[in-house]
Design a binder for this molecule. Structure first.
Ligand SMILES: [Zn+2]
Length: 292
C-alpha cells in the first residue's frame, strides 16, 4: 500500500481533520539516514505531521518547514513539506540511543530534550511566516498541539506514531490532526474532547492495522464525517547538481578560486537525502568561468 493522507470535514464544517499512513516515507528516511530506532521515531513523527500540515497550505508552491532544536542527544531535526505531501527531513544526530521509556516504548522526548519548535511557512510573500514555541514535552504531537493553540489560535488534537520492527525497519507509521474551526459550538467542542480522551494511542491503532479512514471514523464517526480528499505521501528530495552548482557560485569568485587552489576539488552534501555531489578541479574551473 502506498502512503497517503485523507482530508475530511465533520460536524457540519465545525471540524476539519487529516489522517495519514506514512510507513514507506518513514522507512525511506530511515534507510537514507541510517537512523537509530528512537531517531527514526522522532523523524517519522515530524515527517508525518509535516505531510499533513503541508496539505493545509493553500498555494501550489507554498512550502512548510518544521525545525526542532533540543538539548538532548538527538540535538534537533529539520523537516520540510510542500502542498502536495512531498516531504523530506533529517536529524542532527542519527545514531542516538536512549533507554526506553518503558518496555517497548521509545523515549523520543528524552532524545530531544528541552528546546524549541519553529514552524516556517513560505507562502510566496517577501518574508516567510514564522512561529516559534518552547517544547512542552518533546513528544512532538503535544508540542505541535501547543503550537496550533498558541500561534494559530486553533484548538487541535494531534496523534503521531511510528512502530519499529525487531530488525529496526519501520513496521507502521501514521497519525492524525483534528481541528476545531472558529464557529464550532461548545457542545461540539466538549463532545469531541471526550471522544479524543477515549481514543487509544496512534501506535496502538497502527498496531491493530487501522487505516487513516478507520482512525477518522473511530474519532469522528458520530459527527457526520465527510472525506474530501486523498493524497499520496512520499519522501522526496528536490536537490540536483544544478542547484548545488548555484550554491557554489553564490560563494563568490574569490572563495571559489581559493577552493580550486587549495583543495582542487569540492564535495557537497545534501542534508535532506544524504546525497554527495563531487566536483573535480576542472568542474570547479568551469563553474568559475560561468560565474563571471
Ligand atoms: Zn537531497
Amino acid at each position: 500500500m502506498n502512503d497517503y493522507i485523507i482530508r475530511a470535514t465533520a460536524g457540519n464544517g465545525a471540524i476539519r481533520a487529516f489522517a495519514a499512513t506514512t510507513k514507506n516515507t518513514v522507512e525511506k528516511a530511515r534507510s537514507l539516514h541510517n537512523t537509530s530506532p528512537v531517531a527514526t521515531a522522532a523523524l517519522g513523527r515530524l515527517l508525518t505531521a509535516a505531510a499533513m500540515m503541508g496539505i493545509m497550505l493553500k498555494g501550489e508552491k507554498d512550502l512548510l518547514t518544521l525545525q526542532i532544536r533540543g538539548d538532548g542527544p538527538l540535538q534537533g531535526m529539520v523537516v520540510s513539506a510542500d502542498s502536495n505531501a512531498k516531504v523530506k527531513g533529517y536529524v542532527f544526530n542519527p545514531y542516538v540511543e536512549v533507554p526506553d521509556k518503558y518496555e517497548g516504548k521509545l523515549d523520543v522526548s528524552a532524545a530531544i530534550g528541552h528546546g524549541n519548535l519553529s514552524v516556517i511557512k513560505d507562502i510566496g510573500l517577501k518574508e516567510p511566516y514564522s512561529g516559534q514555541i518552547e517544547l512542552i514535552s518533546g513528544e512532538i504531537a503535544e508540542d505541535l498541539t501547543y503550537y496550533f493553540a498558541k500561534s494559530e489560535q486553533t484548538p487541535s488534537a494531534i496523534g503521531l506514531g511510528v512502530l519499529i520492527d525487531t530488525d529496526i525497519t519501520v513496521m507502521a507509521a501514521g497519525g492524525f490532526i483534528i481541528q476545531l474551526m472558529p464557529d464550532a459550538s461548545d457542545e461540539i467542542a466538549e463532545k469531541l474532547e471526550e471522544k479524543i480522551n477515549r481514543t487509544p494511542y496512534v501506535t496502538s491503532l497502527l498496531d491493530m492495522g487501522y487505516t487513516p479512514e478507520d482512525i477518522l471514523k473511530l474519532i469522528l464517526g458520530d459527527f457526520d464525517i465527510e472525506i474530501n480528499e486523498k493524497k499520496e505521501v512520499e519522501f522526496y528530495c528536490n536537490c540536483t547538481r544544478e542547484r548545488v552548482e548555484k550554491a557554489l557560485i553564490s560563494l563568490g569568485k574569490e572563495e571559489l578560486e581559493k577552493i580550486i587552489e587549495e583543495d582542487k576539488k569540492a564535495q557537497l552534501h545534501c542534508h535532506f537525502c544524504n546525497k554527495e555531489y563531487n566536483f573535480t578541479e576542472n568542474d570547479l574551473k568551469e563553474i568559475l568561468k560561468n560565474a563571471l
